[in-house]
Design a protein. Structure first.
Length: 53
């Protein structure tokens, strides 16, 4: 599905590609370090930056 979107969606072409290993490691780090007070109610990118919805 991601490959399909990457080929057809202009926004996807502007996003950097990361490996599955980098993605999984980053998400696990976020889960380990996130708190309700600090991150509650936010959408976060894999690198911890806020994703404005």
């Amino acid at each position: 599905m991601a490959a399909f979107l990457f080929e057809r969606e202009p926004l996807m072409k502007s996003l950097p590609l990361i490996t599955p290993e980098k993605s999984a490691t980053s998400i696990l780090d976020l889960v380990d370090t996130s708190t309700r007070e600090k991150d509650g109610g936010k959408f976060l990118n894999y690198d911890g930056t806020a994703f404005e919805w």
